[in-house]
Ligand binder design. Structure first.
Ligand SMILES: Nc1ncnc2c1ncn2[C@@H]1O[C@H](COP(=O)(O)OP(=O)(O)O)[C@@H](O)[C@H]1O
Ligand SMILES: [Mg+2]
Length: 357
């Protein structure tokens, strides 16, 4: 079992600093997901771990050894790309065995590993086909199989599901999770899709603006986002943000008092006049159709049925708030409603720095 450590890693393209001060300790067998918007440097970081990208400063350790300047093929890793990168003229079997042949692996061993990977990924019936005779999902299975046969300690995945349609994406997502449960290899998986990150990861690393914004379990990232960026990036629809000013330890949202004391990590009350952002997830907003004195009065703007539940977009002047409610509640645009913002469900952020308070 192989762990990976990144120490103060910095990467530049010419004069442009793409990543800086990246410190990451990935224990053996962990499934870690690097999550961030397009262009934040996820592929760059993954390529650096693979040895396909030069680093300007810092160190990459794989299995405890300094691999910063080691050839990609000697790093003991296997990589799966978004574009499947299969050899078009070779059969699936040829694609799966090629790397092993080049490495001089004995034929019976190659056959055993190919058969094993094909069974695991349910591509046995496809072994004699060419990539052009496969669907996108099948091609990506083959690409994953090619990584599996290498028996590597560390797997790197760069947005492997991005080119697939929604159904295939969720099928293959489960497949990758099952693969990790079986192989117990260290897996480093890059995506901009927060649902993939939440569903696959033991631990999520959220990246933006050249740095790591937060690392933690999916539960920590979702329930204790470190700042407004993480809070909005993870969760769909996004967390609601309400501008507020502090008065007597409470937040005043558009003239309405909202208790926040128990949502703060510090015991000390906030100073009067301080500007904060009150965050609440749509599923935590309680919608009352009868007047509730404690609730925030709103008007229903748009109702989106989603099967088991409804997504309801409410407005109060220029403020918009979304809420998820059971499908059985009958409500229509133009209706009045009162929103309960329960104190223990709130996330309070500093309005200037965006940091969780
Ligand atoms: N070869 C390159 N030369 C110069 N800039 C690059 C190169 N590759 C990527 N970049 C820039 O580096 C940043 C990070 O890119 P990338 O790692 O591909 O992001 P991500 O995978 O998160 O979408 C982007 O701003 C991108 O434009
Ligand atoms: Mg990328």
């Amino acid at each position: 079992m192989t762990g990976v450590q990144l120490r103060n890693l910095g990467i530049r393209y010419g004069q442009v600093e793409v990543l800086k001060g990246i410190d990451l300790d990935i224990p053996p067998s962990e499934f870690i997901v690097l999550l961030g918007p397009s262009g934040c440097g996820k592929s760059t970081l993954l390529n650096a771990i693979a040895g396909l990208q030069d680093v300007a400063e810092g160190q990459i350790l794989i299995g405890g050894h300094d691999m910063t300047n080691v050839e990609p093929k000697n790093r003991g890793i296997a990589m799966v790309f978004q574009s499947y990168a299969l050899y078009p003229r070779m059969s699936v079997r040829g694609n799966l065995s090629f790397g092993l042949k080049v490495a001089g692996t004995a034929k019976p061993e190659i056959e055993k590993r190919v058969a094993n990977a094909a069974r695991m990924l349910q591509i046995e019936p496809l072994l004699d086909r060419k990539p052009s005779e496969l669907s996108g999902g099948q091609r990506q299975r083959v690409a994953i199989g090619r990584a599996v046969v290498r028996d590597a300690g560390v797997f790197l995945f760069d947005e492997p599901l991005s080119n697939l349609d929604a159904q295939l994406r969720s099928d293959l997502r489960v497949e990758i999770k099952r693969l990790h449960q079986r192989l117990k290899s260290t897996m480093i998986y890059v995506t901009h899709d927060q649902i993939e990150a939440m569903t696959l990861a033991d631990r999520i690393v959220v990246m933006k603006d050249r740095i790591i914004q937060q690392q933690g379990t999916p539960d920590e990232i979702y329930n204790k986002p470190a700042n407004t960026f993480v809070a909005r990036f993870v969760g769909s629809p996004a967390m609601n943000f309400l501008d507020a000013a502090v008065e007597g330890g409470d937040a005043i949202v558009d003239g309405k008092t909202v208790h926040i004391a128990s949502a703060l990590s510090s015991q000390a009350p906030l100073a009067d006049g301080r500007n904060v952002i009150v965050g609440i997830r749509p599923e935590d907003v309680v919608l009352h159709t009868d007047e509730a004195a404690s609730g925030l009065a709103v008007e229903i703007d748009v109702v989106e049925p989603m099967g088991a539940e409804k997504l309801v977009w409410c407005k109060r002047g220029s403020i918009g708030i979304s809420t998820k409610i059971p499908a059985s509640v009958s409500i229509k645009p133009g209706d009045k409603a009162w929103l309960g913002l329960s104190e223990q469900c709130l996330h309070i952020f500093d309005a200037d720095s965006g940091k969780r308070m």
